[in-house]
Design a protein around this ligand. Structure first.
Ligand code: ADP
Length: 228
């Protein structure tokens, strides 16, 4: 579970990123985070990932108060979270297989586990046949699928996706969200910040809308609700 309890983030220059935000996300949910540019979506995601700490309030993940995490506990938290970004962030000189394996190496997984889990993750995103290719030899949609395989290979409880379809055409974007939906159905909680109106409107998932640092809407089967 994820609990934001009266979370406020004021940046050093005085800008308010989030203003007294509270919400609860249960294990296994699929949640879209929407809102205009500058509303506070990235701030929310950075607080989740412990890239930023709240000015006040609590961010609680699996009963652990992330705001009070010891430095030594951060790798444990990160291991529970897979992340994908708009710009894929693959290692250009490593093959598809190596990019995914790398996520396991940095958490010191055994070679045996790596040999078993990487093909599974690539199969789940439909890229088994491209394992030996380099990112530059792939389309944008395929690169994002590699990033997804990398994000889930350690079997995280949470998958955080920050505008994962922002660089993709509508058809490819829909395919990526299908994979996110598959991942969610296998038990991973998915949190996706997005501007993709058509995707949000078609999926009928929970929508948390942020505007000016506060929650403007929190709907169970929500809509995007803005003009793009
Ligand atoms: P969104 O992701 O919805 O576009 P952000 O969370 O990036 O919104 O930004 C929310 C507000 O916080 C904006 O006013 C933005 O300018 C400000 N902000 C974001 N990051 C910083 C930072 N590092 N320092 C100062 N202000 C920031």
């Amino acid at each position: 579970m994820i609990l934001f309890s009266n979370v406020t983030k004021v940046y050093e220059n005085g800008t308010v990123g989030l203003d007294n935000v509270s919400f609860y996300i249960d294990k296994g949910e699929f949640v879209f985070i929407v809102g205009p540019s500058g509303a506070g979506k990235s701030t929310l995601i950075k607080l989740l990932m412990h890239e930023e700490t709240p000015t006040s309030g609590d961010v609680i993940i699996n009963d652990i108060n992330v705001s009070r995490l010891k430095r030594s506990q951060i790798p444990y938290l990160r291991r529970r979270m897979g992340v994908v970004f708009q710009d894929f962030r693959l290692l250009p000189n490593k093959t598809v297989y190596e990019n995914v394996a790398f996520a396991m190496q940095i958490v010191q997984a055994s070679k045996r586990d790596i040999r078993r889990s990487v093909p599974n993750a690539l199969s789940l995103v439909g890229l088994s046949h491209k394992a030996k290719m380099l990112p530059t030899q792939l389309s944008g949609g395929e690169q994002q699928r590699v990033a997804l395989a990398r994000a889930i290979v350690n079997n995280p409880a949470y998958l955080i996706a920050d505008e994962p379809t922002g660089n993709l055409n509508p058809k490819t974007a829909a395919e990526i969200v299908e994979i996110l939906d598959d991942i969610n159905k296998r038990g991973t909680t998915v949190i996706m910040a997005t501007h993709a109106k058509e995707i949000v409107d078609s999926m009928k998932k929970r929508v948390i809308a942020i505007e000016d640092g506060v929650i403007a809407r929190d709907e169970t089967r929500g809509v995007y609700g803005y003009e793009n």
